[in-house]
Structures are given as structure tokens and as C-alpha cells.
Design a protein around this ligand. Structure first.
Ligand SMILES: [Zn+2]
Length: 328
């Protein structure tokens, strides 16, 4: 566990550096704890609030990473993005944050125990993206989530895990009451494929979600207006279906709550950025034999790959202050 702990420590130090760089614009919160390890240890989970409090209520966007402990490239993409934002202090996004036009809430590492223990699952052996309790209409055997044993990957668990509850609370505190028309949230993952995917709900069914047309519009806007042509957009179920996706659950909750109360025009728009890390295998063929290899880009391409997502994250987060009418 020592090397994993060192890695986690490095990320936490980078978070603290970002808090320092951000000054008054960043609030650092210890928000919850991981599931216990076999030794009884719980890892703290942190939240960063970025921007003025009123902007976080009115024009909020979300950033999440480190849901799967092996997909550390996502954490690095997130930290690089924030580091760059506060180091340069010259971007339009920085100006908007400073002027109270936009706020970002962020969980840089939802599954710190998985990072420290160098595994996909949480310390209890549960795959958080199989844990929400949602039954998929039809999911691939095993990979789609199973209840056989936490000895195997993709284990769904029997109860909502501490980390899943933290995400739930995060959603209830920041996204459910937000008043912006579009509430974009990006959860950064990696692995499985040669290209970068951007997924929206659902993971558990091929049925379209209520915001399918809006998501399509957003994809089109990001592609044509901002030239993000290297990302492949679509509902997650187009790639594969899984049981227990946490975003499916939160998205459904938002739909149910908002439709029934009819109180808002807000749309909760969770997106998963899945960074394809198989494309550079010819550069580094041995990576397929290393544990973290297939989930992370080869060293040579790593820094370039990390930086390449800055613009994309910026353009997605700025949807928080965009009117859907302006997407056309
Ligand atoms: Zn993942």
C-alpha cells in the first residue's frame, strides 16, 4: 500500500497547492470519509468550492474524479485544469469566477482508498459505478456489475457505500437547489478504448433520457462551435450498459423531484468523460502488462494528453452560465 499512499499524498499536496493559489476564491472542505479498510482506517474525502458563494447557488458546475482508484489520469486531468486556472489567472473562465458569474464545486478524489490501495474498487471491494442500486435493463454478465463476491472486480455491493453517499450529499447540497438552467457536471474516468468518450445518461438502459435532445444539442455545440471533434458523444448505453451507475440514480432523482414539484426549469446534466488510453499502446507496448497500464496513457504522451483536456473542461463548465437557446 506504501506506493499507493505516496501517490495519494502527492495528489493531496497538489490540492493544497491549488487551494493556496486560489486564495479567497477557493474553499477547502473535508466532506466525508471512505469506507473502512480491513485495518479500520478511513480516508478523508475533500470538496473544493471555487468562486463566490452566490455564484455557487446560481451558476454552478461540477467536477469529479477518482471514482475508480486505478484511473489516476482523471485525477491528474482535474488537478492540471485547476492548477492552470489559478496559475495563469488570465482566462475568461477565471474572470467569470472572480466576478461571481460562475462557481465550480469539485471532488478531486471520490475514492481515495482505491487510489491508496491501487485498485478500482473502494476499500470494501465495491465498484462505485456499479453501486447505486439501479438495475440495468440488460447488462453484460460480470463486467456490467455482479453480486457474487467482493473478491472479483465490478462487485455491486449490497448497500450504498460511504463514497456513494458522499456523492449523494454533494448532489443534494449543490446541484439539486441550483438555479442555473443548465447544471453541467463532469466525472472523469479512463480506460476501455482508443478514443475519448463523453457520455450522458443512461448507463442502465438503451431508453433515451428526458434530456436526450438537449444533450445532443450540447454535443453539437461543443463540436461545431468549439471544435471538440476528437470526443465521441452519446448516451453511455451506446457503448455498454451497466447496473448501478451513480449518475443514473442522481439524474433520475433530479427528474423525479423537479418534475413533480414543477418548481424549476433547471436541467441537471451529468457527463462522464472517459479518456481512451489504449491509443498509445504502440508507443509503449509493455503497458498492457502493468497493473495500471491499460487505464493510463504512456509516459511520453501523458503530459500532452492531460493538457489537451483543459479547453474541453472549460467549455463544458461554462455551460453553467449559458442559455440553451444560445446553443444553436
Ligand atoms: Zn472509471
Amino acid at each position: 500500500m506504501l506506493r499507493g499512499m505516496k501517490r495519494l499524498n502527492r495528489y493531496e499536496n497538489r490540492i493544497l497547492k491549488i487551494v493556496k493559489l486560489g486564495g479567497k476564491l477557493v474553499r477547502f472542505k473535508q466532506y466525508g470519509f471512505s469506507t473502512r479498510t480491513a485495518e479500520g482506517f478511513r480516508f478523508p474525502i475533500y470538496v473544493l468550492e471555487i468562486g463566490k458563494e452566490k455564484a455557487i447557488k446560481r451558476n454552478v458546475a461540477g467536477l469529479v474524479a477518482g471514482v475508480h482508484g486505478l484511473e489516476t489520469i482523471g485525477i491528474r486531468v482535474l488537478l492540471d485544469f485547476l492548477d492552470d486556472l489559478f496559475s495563469r489567472k488570465s482566462s475568461e473562465l477565471y474572470r467569470e469566477i472572480k466576478d461571481g458569474e460562475l462557481g465550480i464545486v469539485c471532488i478531486p478524489i471520490l475514492n481515495p482508498g482505491g487510489v491508496a490501495m491501487k485498485r478500482r474498487s473502494n476499500p470494501g471491494g465495491v465498484d462505485l459505478m456499479r453501486n447505486s442500486g439501479i438495475e440495468a435493463v440488460k447488462a453484460p454478465f460480470f463486467f456490467g456489475g455482479h453480486k457474487i463476491s467482493n473478491f472479483f472486480p465490478y462487485y455491486r455491493g449490497n448497500v450504498l457505500q460511504a463514497e456513494s453517499k458522499v456523492l449523494d450529499r454533494f448532489y443534494h447540497e449543490y446541484f439539486l437547489p441550483a438555479t442555473n438552467v443548465m447544471i453541467p457536471v463532469i466525472d472523469i474516468h479512463s480506460g476501455f478504448g482508443t478514443i475519448d468518450h463523453v457520455w450522458w445518461p443512461y448507463a442502465g438502459t438503451h431508453e433515451y433520457c428526458a434530456d436526450e435532445a438537449l444533450f445532443q444539442k450540447i454535443a453539437n455545440y461543443l463540436t461545431t462551435k468549439f471544435n471538440h471533434i476528437l470526443y465521441r458523444f452519446g448516451p453511455q448505453s451506446e457503448t455498454y450498459t451497466t447496473h448501478g451507475d451513480l449518475w443514473d440514480r442522481l439524474y433520475n432523482h433530479f427528474q423525479k423531484t423537479k418534475l413533480e414539484t414543477n418548481l424549476t426549469k433547471s436541467r441537471f446534466l451529468p457527463l462522464t468523460l472517459e479518456i481512451g488510453t489504449w491509443s498509445d499502446i504502440p508507443l509503449d507496448p509493455w503497458k498492457v502488462f502493468r497493473k495500471r497500464g491499460i487505464f493510463n496513457p504512456a509516459r511520453e504522451a501523458k503530459q500532452e494528453s492531460i493538457i489537451s483536456h483543459r479547453k474541453f473542461l472549460t467549455d463544458v463548465l461554462r455551460l453553467a452560465k449559458t442559455n440553451p437557446i444560445d446553443l444553436a
